[in-house]
Every structure is written in C-alpha cells, then in structure tokens.
Ligand binder design. Sequence first.
Ligand SMILES: *[C@@H]1O[C@H](CO)[C@@H](O)[C@H](O)[C@H]1NC(C)=O
Ligand SMILES: *[C@@H]1O[C@H](CO)[C@@H](O)[C@H](O)[C@H]1NC(C)=O
Ligand SMILES: *[C@@H]1O[C@H](CO)[C@@H](O)[C@H](O)[C@H]1NC(C)=O
Ligand SMILES: *[C@@H]1O[C@H](CO)[C@@H](O)[C@H](O)[C@H]1NC(C)=O
Ligand SMILES: *[C@@H]1O[C@H](CO)[C@@H](O)[C@H](O)[C@H]1NC(C)=O
Ligand SMILES: *[C@@H]1O[C@H](CO)[C@@H](O)[C@H](O)[C@H]1NC(C)=O
Length: 526
Amino acid sequence: MISPAFLSVVLLACLSAAQAQSLPVSVPLTAPSSAVTVKPSLMALSIEQDRWTDWAGTTAKNGFFFNTLDNLKQRTGVAPPLRIGADSEDRTNYNAEVDYCENVFPAFSLTTPYPEANNNIVGDKYYHIASHLPSGTRIIWGVNFGGNNITAAFLAAKSLKKAFQSSAMKDAGVTLDFIEIGNEGDLFRFNGDRNASTFTIDEYTKEWTTFATNVSAAANMDSTGIKFMGGAFSSSDHATFAPQGLFSNGILNSAPGKLITSISQHHYSGSFCQGNGGLLQDLMTKATIRSNISEFAVDVVATRAQGLDYILGETNSYACHGAPGVSNTAGAALWSLDYMLFSTQIGVSQVYFHQGVGYKYSMIQPAMLTRSIIDGSNLTTPLAPHLQPAYYAALIATEAIGTSGSTKAVELTIDDPRVAGYAFFEHGTLKRAVLINSEAFLTTTTTPRTSKVINLSFSGSGSKPKTMTIKRLAIEHADDDHGLTWGGQTFETKDARPSGAISVQTVEVSAGLTISATEVVLLSFQ
Ligand SMILES: *[C@@H]1O[C@H](CO)[C@@H](O)[C@H](O)[C@H]1NC(C)=O
Ligand SMILES: *[C@@H]1O[C@H](CO)[C@@H](O)[C@H](O)[C@H]1NC(C)=O
Ligand SMILES: *[C@@H]1O[C@H](CO)[C@@H](O)[C@H](O)[C@H]1NC(C)=O
Ligand SMILES: *[C@@H]1O[C@H](CO)[C@@H](O)[C@H](O)[C@H]1NC(C)=O
Ligand SMILES: *[C@@H]1O[C@H](CO)[C@@H](O)[C@H](O)[C@H]1NC(C)=O
Ligand SMILES: *[C@@H]1O[C@H](CO)[C@@H](O)[C@H](O)[C@H]1NC(C)=O
C-alpha cells in the first residue's frame, strides 16, 4: 500500500515541475522579412475632449501631465501623440465669450462616476493651451459632426487654425496634424444624432464631404498642412461603416477627401460594467488579444492599398470607462503592452489609449479626484494626480522601441498560451526582446505562483550576444491597482517622475531566465 506521505511527496514533485516549465524561445539575430517598422509614436493617448483643460492646465501647464508625457519622450525621442476627441467631441460648441471652457455634466452614477459632459462650450484659449505640451507633440483634434450644425465645426476649425498658427504654439513646437470630423459616426444612427433608416455610409460620406469642405476652408488646410483623419468608427463590418465603405463611396475623390491621409478605427474588447478575476484573465489572455486585433487585418490591408496610414484612434480594455477591478489594475498593464505590440504586427501604426478624468482604464489621472473611480462614493481624502498601472505598459513599449527612429519588431513564436514575446531590431540587428507572462496571479489565487524557465536560443546568422540585462516589471498581484515597479523604480510619485535606483540583472544569455505569472521582462542584448 502506498503511504499518503509518499503520495504527497510525488504530488509536490509534480507541482514544482509544473511551476517551473522550461520553455524554448528562439530569437532571430537579424530582422526577418516579417518584421515591421515600429514608429516611435506607436504609444499614443486619446483624451476625452470635455475635460481637456484639466489635462493641459489653463493659466499654467499641468506639470504632472507634462511629466507623464516627457517620461515617454525620453525613451523614444518623440513626444507621444494625442487625439483630443471622443463622445464629447460631438457635444462641443464654440463661443468667443467663453474663457477656456464651460461644461454641463449629467448626474454621475455607480457605474459611471465620471460621465462625459452633455455640453462643452469652448473659447479660443481652450485650443491655445495645447502649447503647454512637450515640444514635438502632434495632435488629432475632433470637431462636432453629431450635432449636425456646420457652424459648430466651422467655428472650432477657425479657432484651431488661430491657435496652431500662433507664435506661442510654434515656439512650443506643438503641431496640429489632423482634424477629425465627428466621433464614431456609425453610432449616430443609434444615439439620436441621425435617422437610423436613412443614415447609410453613402449618406455619411455626403454629409462628411459637406462638413469637410467647410472645415478645410476654415482651417485653411491647403496651406497649413493640416490633414483629415478618416473613419473613427466604433466598429467595423469591413464593408459599409468601414474604410472599405468609405472608399467605395468615393470619399477620397472629393477635394477634402484628398486631405484624408490616415484612417482611424476604434476598439474595445467588450463592455463590462462589473469586473472579476476571470474577466481580468480573459483580458490578458494571449489568444483573445490576437483575435480582437486580427479582426482589423483586412481593414488595414484595404487602407494601405490606398496609400493611407491606419491607426487605432481610440481604444482601451472595456467600455463603461473600464471594468472596475480589471481595467484599473496591473493585469491591464500586461494587456496594454501585448495589445499595443501585437497591433504593429497587422500594420497598425499607432495605438491611442483612451483616457478621461476618473476613468477606470486611464493610464493617467491628471487631476484631483474627490469620488471613487470604482463606484462614485465620496473619498474621505481626495486623490492627488497619479498614475494607474497601465502607464507602465507605455514605459515598457517606448523603452523597447528606443530612439533609433527605425526600429523593427517581430512577434516571437512561443508555444505557450500564456507567454508572448517580441524581438526588436535596430538597423536590422537584434537589440532587445520583451516577454510577457499573462497568467493572472490574483489576490484570490490559492495555488502557488507559477513561473516558466525561458530557454533562449538564437536563429539566423550574426554574432550571438553573450550577455543580456534583464529588466522586470514587478507586480504583486494582477488585480493590484498600485505598487508596481519597473526595473526597481516606481513612477507612482507626486510628480510622475521615477523614484529609486534602477535595478537590472546582467547575466550570461546561456543562463536563461525565469518569468513569473503576471510579469514582463525586457531583455537588452550585448
Ligand atoms: C448652430 O450653432 C450656432 C453657433 O453655436 C448657433 O448660433 C445656432 O443657433 C445653431 N443652429 C441650430 C439650428 O441649432
Ligand atoms: C462654412 O459654414 C459657415 C457657417 O454656416 C458659413 O458662414 C461659411 O460661409 C461656410 N464656408 C464655406 C467655405 O462654405
Ligand atoms: C427616418 O426616416 C424615415 C424614412 O424617411 C422616416 O419614415 C422616419 O419618420 C424618420 N424617423 C425619424 C425619427 O425622423
Ligand atoms: C476580445 O477579448 C475579449 C476578452 O477581453 C473576449 O471576451 C472577446 O471575445 C474578444 N473578441 C474577439 C472578437 O476576439
Ligand atoms: C458627497 O460629497 C458631496 C459634496 O461634498 C455631498 O454633497 C454629498 O452629500 C456626499 N455624499 C455622501 C453620500 O456622503
Ligand atoms: C535548451 O534548448 C536547447 C536547444 O535549443 C537544448 O539543447 C537544451 O537542452 C535546452 N535546455 C533546457 C534546460 O531545456
């Protein structure tokens, strides 16, 4: 008879073997033909238009927000681009008498503690404060199309032109690259902005062309160099409200249509107003990230065939401004990173993570909060501006891309449903790799934290690196909403600047490495 003690020893041995699986990962020494160029501006932010003044600052710049952008600019040499728009874009009206902006907000609720404004009345200074941004910042600004009052778009375009032609803006080095006419025009059929039975893609294209003709004249787009961002639809059926539908309706043939040089698509992985650990694991899962992004591959191909750029112009984890306990946690940082890097592989050139004051999925909270982002309850102590975990994904992605200006990346083929990886090349030569272990280790997980031993090898010709540095994103639990460190440093400080000494390990490549559940490592090869 086998003793229970013996059985438990066997069980333990099996468990520890399961906890430290060896996983072969082969990294090409030179960029394979499938590697894609990754822009230094891949990591971008979409900002809800109503509270733009909270982000930029009015009489003086918002130093906290500036620093969050500058941290990223230090890593790539390029300031992260911004899109200022979303729902409140179609509720914005211009009034020369307004100083910066006057908002009318609806009542908040448990699921939406920080709703978008119903009404956003702006004056010239609202646009001028873009000069508070880091030098080199490039912007997409949305104007009101949903309201179906061309005067609103006309006046906003004139004010935008004035702001971006000003010497203050030129001195600041901030550029308006694009105007976007309306946010998620496909939804106008369902939100009361247009008639559901008559507002087809054909009608959309006609009305867009009328607005764009007016806006292009108001913003003097022929001489200012400002272009139109096309699309910005909430979902794609690949035929009608999609780049394909815009092209087949001849949008690019009109005079303003010729000013479209890029197509924007919006995407959320789902809509969940309540969260749990299972939902967090779903979000982080390698396969669901790939299936969510791959949906758009045909749209990218159709867009690039017209010689246009393609971006995810507004995206984040889950609608409802994020799922509580999911979108605002460390696991969402792993999702953001894998989602952003995988997007490059289908030809997306920039990923604009949507941000709003008090939104659960924001990387950045730029203003003092007095209500809980989770349920709207009063906070006994207001929360000063701070970073949320997803910001670490921005740090890692920008660091992996680096300052070469011509970095290429390829996804590594890793035979594991939880481990994803990418290699980064400069001038064709392997420089760095990112590995992500997306198994959620939660505060509620009762089994020991697992890990994988990565057995690295190199493929292709070229000299094999002997040593590498390992930089880790340290996370206690996937559902933690603070307390992460990147290479030993926290960025969760009063001014969003890093605190603490950088801590990395330098090891022989042949020693391999271990990656724990819910961890990211950045390898830099020497
Ligand atoms: C359109 O907007 C302008 C400027 O805000 C306003 O004066 C006008 O009344 C609006 N027209 C309609 C029909 O609402
Ligand atoms: C644009 O629309 C405004 C407001 O209706 C109008 O005053 C202006 O003349 C229009 N511009 C062009 C070029 O049609
Ligand atoms: C939408 O358009 C249809 C067809 O022209 C019309 O019958 C219907 O009354 C319109 N609906 C609204 C809400 O205006
Ligand atoms: C997108 O990801 C979510 C998990 O976050 C999943 O529930 C959903 O089915 C995915 N959608 C597609 C189209 O793959
Ligand atoms: C929350 O704070 C606001 C503003 O101070 C106050 O009016 C409200 O009564 C408070 N609500 C609760 C539930 O304490
Ligand atoms: C690592 O992979 C190499 C082949 O690339 C293999 O020879 C070696 O046994 C592996 N090591 C471990 C510990 O699995």
